[in-house]
Ligand binder design. Structure first.
Ligand code: GDP
Ligand code: IMO
Ligand code: MG
Length: 426
């Protein structure tokens, strides 16, 4: 019953998709456990790029059952469009399974997300405007509509009406917008989505447990990341779900005893999209190199990602929050041209050296990074596929990073392609 969790350890876009795809070779099932189409997971296979939003990153393998778990919020129109796009590229999506307990994102959730952001003005969170927050808020308020509701037309219509009774008050009275007609919306969703989705909707809890009980290896694919976690991230500049490893238990319906491997994914530097504190953020040439060489623009939203040095303080905290057993470091090649490379090993806060993540966020907001600076390797790493291919300076950087974080760096990625990686330890 082995289970692996792949989790982002920074602020997202670490390369979770690439490693989920890579590890899928040894898996039977890949389960997305939270988030929605705010995610953009990129796979590059034989020069072809696939940017996935809702479909789990194991989809490219014929032997994988890709599962969207109960913790995910699903926009049915987006899911069908994504499946259609994949099918047109020759990818078989018929095996995809969607939890009947997952909640739906409907167009008014996206409208509310955008309106909330506009209302916040300068204090905006910089959400993806995909309706994630409003859909999870409806779930928590017990106003949500679940995927299984689609299968009972009367129930579905009642739920849409119930949810819109609240949402329409907000739309009309708070934001001065027109109300959404429940019958029209229900007709559209049932008319366009029910039949194509029907064969995919099932009891994913039974599916996952049957696989685990049969000794199959299941991978749980996180979206977003540790510091975007609703409970553990830099609140309120977070997403509305729990990307941390515990989220895999609630979002897929398993207990912790099944999990024997938690692979944290981290870039060799840091990026963040949207607002929020970022102690190691760079506004200089090194940061510009990270953005241009690393192509740090959102997979789906196209937004420029904010760059910064690797932050070992945050990573040590991520190890604790997720019980990380190991780390995969991605995009090491992006730093190839730099003369020196820095790792933040501690913060200075009010004149004190602090090595742990400060619990009070005001401290995090004005933390000054304390760096350890090491020589760059000035070598093209994009063809490095074995530990022996790494020059001593790159090896030293990884050793320092490993020592600082406290878990083994078992995998290193040196390019976007599926084959561009180094296995450092067994
Ligand atoms: P995810 O959201 O964690 O799956 O990551 P994204 O796909 O949003 O962003 C990672 C980006 O970096 C994608 O464009 C990947 O193709 C690319 N990428 C992944 N690993 C590497 C790497 O080692 N080097 C380089 N240069 N690009 C990489
Ligand atoms: P993947 O899975 C990076 C960020 C948004 C915003 C905050 C809240 O590709 O790593 P939301 O729309 O979720 O309410 O936005 O979270 N965000 C991400 N940043 N990668 C992601 O996903 C993200 N998903 C959400 O930019 O700051
Ligand atoms: Mg991404």
């Amino acid at each position: 019953m082995p289970a692996t969790i792949v989790v982002g350890t920074q602020w997202g876009d670490e390369g979770k998709g690439k490693f989920t795809d890579l590890l899928s070779k040894e898996m039977s099932m890949v389960v997305r456990y939270q988030g929605g189409h705010n995610a953009g997971h990129t796979l590059v296979v034989d020069g072809e790029t696939f940017a996935l939003q809702l479909v789990p990153s194991g989809i490219l393998y014929d032997h994988i059952v890709p599962v969207i778990g109960n913790g995910v919020v699903v926009d049915p129109f987006v899911l069908l469009a994504e499946m259609d796009k994949l099918a047109r590229r020759g990818v078989d999506t018929t095996r995809l399974r969607v939890s009947g307990n997952a909640h739906l994102i409907l167009p008014y959730h996206q409208q509310l997300d955008a309106l909330h952001e506009r209302h916040l003005g300068k204090a905006k969170l910089g959400t993806t405007k995909r309706g994630i927050g409003p859909a999870y808020a409806d779930k928590a308020m017990r106003l949500g509509i679940r995927v299984q509701d689609l299968l009972d037309e009367d129930i579905f219509r009642q739920k849409v009406e119930g949810s819109l009774t609240h949402a329409n008050k907000v739309l009309t009275k708070v934001f001065n917008r027109l109300p959404v007609d429940p019958a029209e919306l229900a007709d559209k969703v049932l008319g366009e989505c029910l039949e194509p989705l029907r064969p995919h909707i099932c009891d994913t809890i039974d599916l996952v447990h049957t696989a685990l009980e049969g000794g199959q290896h299941v991978l749980f694919e996180g979206a977003q990341a540790t510091f975007l976690d609703l409970d553990h991230g830099t609140y309120p500049f977070v997403t509305s779900s729990n990307p941390t490893a515990g989220g895999a238990c609630t979002g897929a319906g398993i207990g912790p005893k099944h999990i024997n491997r938690v692979l944290g994914i981290a870039k060799a530097y840091t990026t963040r999209v949207g607002s929020g504190p970022f102690p190691t953020e760079l506004f200089d040439e090194a940061g510009e190199t990270m953005v241009t060489v690393g192509r740090e623009f959102g997979t789906n939203t196209g937004r420029r990602r904010r760059p910064g040095w690797f932050d070992a303080v945050m990573l040590r905290h991520a190890v604790r929050l997720n019980s990380l057993t190991e780390l995969a470091i991605t995009k090491l090649d992006v730093l190839d041209s730099l003369d020196t490379v820095k790792i933040c090993v501690a913060y200075e806060i009010d004149g004190q050296r602090v090595e742990k993540m400060p619990y009070h966020q005001s401290d995090f907001h004005h933390a000054t990074p304390i760096y350890e600076e090491v020589p760059g390797w000035k070598t093209d790493l994009s063809h490095a596929t074995e530990p022996g291919h790494l020059p001593p300076a790159a090896q030293h950087y990884l050793d320092l990073l490993e020592e600082q974080v406290g878990v083994p760096v078992s995998l290193v990625s040196t390019g976007p392609g599926r084959d561009q990686y180094i296995q450092r330890t067994a």
